[in-house]
Design a protein around this ligand. Structure first.
Ligand SMILES: *[C@@H]1O[C@H](CO)[C@@H](O)[C@H](O)[C@H]1NC(C)=O
Ligand SMILES: *[C@@H]1O[C@H](CO)[C@@H](O)[C@H](O)[C@H]1NC(C)=O
Length: 188
């Protein structure tokens, strides 16, 4: 027979899990949702407004994930790569895509520059290092971003000549941190 103490422990654990799950779950949300009312945050990254429109961690998406991101003038993504496909649709503003096609084996190398603008679309090949910047000082850059294989595992570079093997894994990514459980960190 299970001891009452042990039962209490398991019931507490269950209640805690349910409480966390409801905060990080789509359960109870309407099927059709108003984007303006979805959680929006900069997740500590100046100039960014990120909304997970349909996500792996919160909405249980398995194959794709969709973001709506707005970058203030001068802001942008880090230089990074990921082993998933990514499609961008520019809704407003303009900016620059920097893309290092995989011509170098050891590091990304000098990227190609592409002007991006409202109603333009582009995709980033799997594992190519890239960066998107709002280089228009007068207007926000707003993009719909679609990724495969969520939740995204991002490797971040400090510059274009940092070796691939030195790129730092950021997982869970900024907006997945709160709801994607990871082993507790050693606080000491
Ligand atoms: C969506 O939400 C915004 C902000 O609350 C509101 O102004 C707008 O009317 C909503 N749209 C609809 C169709 O409910
Ligand atoms: C974007 O493209 C669509 C389809 O061609 C067009 O209807 C729309 O007016 C365009 N918007 C802008 C901002 O150019």
């Amino acid at each position: 027979m299970a001891s009452p103490c042990l039962s209490f422990f398991f019931i507490s654990l269950l209640l805690t899990t349910i409480a966390e799950a409801s905060h990080c779950s789509i359960k109870g949300l309407p099927l059709v949702r108003n984007i303006t009312e979805l959680p929006q945050n900069d997740y500590g990254r100046g100039g960014l407004s990120h909304i997970t429109v349909a996500g792996s961690v919160i909405h249980g998406m398995r194959e794709v994930e969709v973001w709506l991101q707005t970058f203030a003038p001068g802001s942008g993504t880090p230089i990074h790569r990921h082993s998933c496909e990514e499609v961008f649709v520019v809704l407003k503003g303009s900016g620059t895509l920097y893309l290092a096609s995989s011509s170098h084996e050891k590091y990304p190398g000098q990227p190609q520059e592409f002007k991006i603008y409202a109603n333009s679309t582009f995709h980033v090949p799997v594992n190519d290092a890239h960066q998107v910047q709002n280089t228009n000082e007068h207007e926000d850059l707003q993009m719909l971003v679609i990724l495969s294989r969520p939740p995204v595992k991002v490797f971040i570079y400090e510059d274009w000549f940092m070796p691939h093997i030195a790129a730092k894994l950021k997982f869970p990514y900024y907006w997945d941190e709160q709801c994607l459980q990871t082993p507790p960190k050693d606080e000491l």
